[in-house]
Write a protein that binds this ligand. Structure first.
Ligand code: NAP
Length: 183
């Protein structure tokens, strides 16, 4: 199964995956406020075979489990539709027990889910959409000082992309690293 994640590791940490405009916007009218085919393709490649954890509103926006991946929806209200590879979690602490063997957890939004799950994430895959965009949903406040930028790749807008983007990978600084930096 194709993935750019390290294969065969025992890493159980969660990864947050988000596309965010310069002004922090991530959504509008319960959908994405842009068309970015190249980003969707990367999302598919990087999440394939793993487990997508999403909020109920984002799940309703997508409308179905994405193929080749397990989907866990965090919700207090949704009834279980008993669809293969779809699980419901009533609280964050229930998620780990639901994750199928060998799958990594990708926290894929929206804003409320990011706010809830950010503390459990060690990695952020951030697509910066290089524009200010109107919307009604923004990424939560984040102390970027607690994170290290590991890599950044500039991506020109392709024929089916509304905007130029930059794909960044951030890792949470370890407590040890922070202690060493503090005088
Ligand atoms: N740009 C991106 O990368 C990206 C990614 C994903 C989504 N989005 C956008 O973000 C927007 C949706 O975000 P949103 O913040 O409105 O909604 P959301 O986070 O997708 O879903 C919110 C719902 O999740 C459930 N939930 C959240 N925290 C919970 C908790 N601690 N325990 C139990 N259930 C919990 C609740 O469902 P119940 O009401 O059922 O209890 C809540 O109403 C859309 O516009 C979408 O397109 C953007």
């Amino acid at each position: 199964m194709a993935s750019t994640l390290d294969e065969g590791t025992t890493d159980t940490s969660w990864t947050l995956v988000v596309a965010m405009a310069n002004n922090g916007v991530i959504g509008r009218g319960n959908t994405l406020p842009w068309h970015l085919r190249s980003d969707l393709q990367r999302f598919k490649q990087m999440t394939m075979g793993h487990c997508l954890l999403m909020g109920r509103k984002t799940y309703e926006s997508i409308g179905r489990p994405l193929p080749g991946r397990q989907t866990i929806v965090l919700t207090r209200s949704m009834q279980d539709p008993e669809v293969p590879h779809l699980n419901l979690a009533r609280q964050l602490d229930d998620v780990s027990a639901l994750v199928q063997a060998g799958r990594k957890v990708m926290v894929v939004g929206g804003a409320e889910l990011y706010r809830t799950a950010l503390g459990r994430c060690q990695t952020i895959w951030l697509t910066r959409v290089l524009a200010d965009i109107q919307g009604d949903t923004v990424f939560p406040e984040l102390d970027w000082e607690a994170w290290d930028l590991q890599s950044a790749e500039e991506i020109d807008a392709g024929p089916q992309d509304d905007w130029q983007t930059r794909f960044e990978i951030w890792k949470r600084k370890s407590n040890i690293a922070r202690v060493q930096q503090d005088p």
